[in-house]
Design a protein around this ligand. Structure first.
Ligand SMILES: *[C@@H]1O[C@H](CO)[C@@H](O)[C@H](O)[C@H]1NC(C)=O
Length: 378
């Protein structure tokens, strides 16, 4: 009797010892291994200001040209949803030229929930499968104001090239733009191998109609888009021996951390993925950096979940979307949990908007919706 009790105890003890590693599948790793080098502010922007009309977010919102119909996608615990324009001659729902990826809202941009008085969503799209990715990425500006018809305008992301009296810009070719965060007047966009690109929302330019890019004769064009948003800064990934290069696959804003922080995660088809936090300076709206312009991560974790498409932390709880349609959560106290079949197709980036929910979006042609999840269900 005694012997079998002991072996039962031993078996139980062994099981309990095995439990923590399976339970806490997330592990803290050395945050100081993850650093970015900040560039200065692009001096070409002042030259572009001199030759192009500068437009505000409000002016772009007043000039939306596509509708976002309300939709009820097959998504569990959804509070709201909308989709893109699909009409004769124009189709963002089924196009395979552009794929929606990143999402952020005016709540990320400003604590009031509105930017210059407007409630707005921004959604990034890549063109990796169109013209070999040379058209780069675009941002949908979605008018979410109460009482307004929900509608959007697509704005092309551009990179200033040369300054002077005939300044120029180009498309940000091959930019996957898998995640975005709007913070003050800055839009942070992930560039998979490069790091973070920062665009200045207070220097949106209106250009002429035409399928060229940059300066064309006396005018400027942007592949048919009416507005462009210029890149102003770069935070470049700094490689380190013994640390595999971080993939900048998606990014979210944690407004519950102190200070507020960017949450960058990586998509990997196999192996351990990482989620890394960089603190933000709430007044300059830039990343906290030292006198050498190095921004060092404040937190980093490694996990074993593959094919992650978006990540965010809220009150120290991790939320991760996964290609197969799951939403994973993790907390140090509660461990890791898979919420299966939340999405009926590949979900992407995440952004939390108080009063609306936890926004994500699905990218697959034909089943493209932006949805707010009820965060209390997870
Ligand atoms: C990991 O770090 C976080 C702080 O970022 C801390 O709250 C948590 O307890 C740490 N987990 C472990 C297992 O040490």
């Amino acid at each position: 009797m005694k012997v079998s009790n002991n072996s039962l105890l031993l078996a139980t003890a062994t099981a309990l010892c095995a439990l923590p590693s399976a339970f806490a599948a997330f592990e803290n790793i050395t945050a100081s291994d993850f650093t970015l080098k900040a560039s200065g502010y692009s001096d070409v922007i002042a030259d572009l200001d001199a030759v192009l009309p500068v437009k505000t977010v409000k002016e772009v919102l007043a000039d939306t040209n596509h509708k976002n119909p309300t939709s009820s996608p097959e998504v569990k615990h959804a509070l709201a949803g909308y989709t893109w324009e699909n009409k004769e001659g124009y189709d963002d729902v089924n196009t395979d030229k552009w794929y929606p990826q990143g999402i952020t809202t005016s709540t990320d941009a400003d604590d009031s929930g509105a930017y210059d008085g407007d409630v707005v969503h921004l959604v990034s799209w890549h063109s990796d499968k169109y013209d070999s990715g040379k058209r780069g990425a675009r941002i949908s500006f979605v008018n979410m104001n109460d009482g307004a018809d929900r509608a959007y305008r697509n704005v092309l992301l551009v990179r200033p090239t040369q300054g002077g009296s005939t300044p120029n810009f180009e498309a940000v070719s091959d930019l996957h733009a898998g995640g975005i965060v709007w913070y003050g007047n800055l839009l942070y966009v992930v560039s998979t191998k490069e790091g973070l690109l920062v665009f200045d929302m207070s220097h949106i330019y209106e250009v002429s109609t035409g399928d060229g890019i940059g300066r064309v004769g006396e005018n400027y064009q942007a592949y048919g888009y009416k507005y462009v948003l210029p890149q102003a800064r770069t935070y470049a990934w700094q490689a380190k021996d013994g640390v595999s290069d971080m993939r900048f696959s998606f990014v979210g804003l944690d407004k519950t951390s102190s200070p507020e922080s960017l949450v960058v995660g990586e998509w990997l088809p196999a192996g351990n993925g990482r989620v890394v936090h960089w603190n933000l300076d709430e007044s300059s709206r830039l990343l906290e950096a030292d006198s050498n312009s190095i921004a060092t991560a404040s937190r980093a974790v490694e996990h074993t979940i593959t094919n992650i498409q978006g990540s965010l932390t809220i009150n120290d709880k991790y939320f991760l979307t996964q290609s197969g349609g799951s939403l994973w959560t993790f907390s140090w106290a509660g461990g890791q949990e898979e919420h299966k079949d939340i999405f009926s197709d590949v979900p992407e980036d995440l952004s939390y908007q108080a009063g609306y929910g936890l926004w994500s979006l699905m990218e697959v042609p034909g089943n493209r919706h932006v949805v707010a999840l009820d965060v209390d269900q997870f």
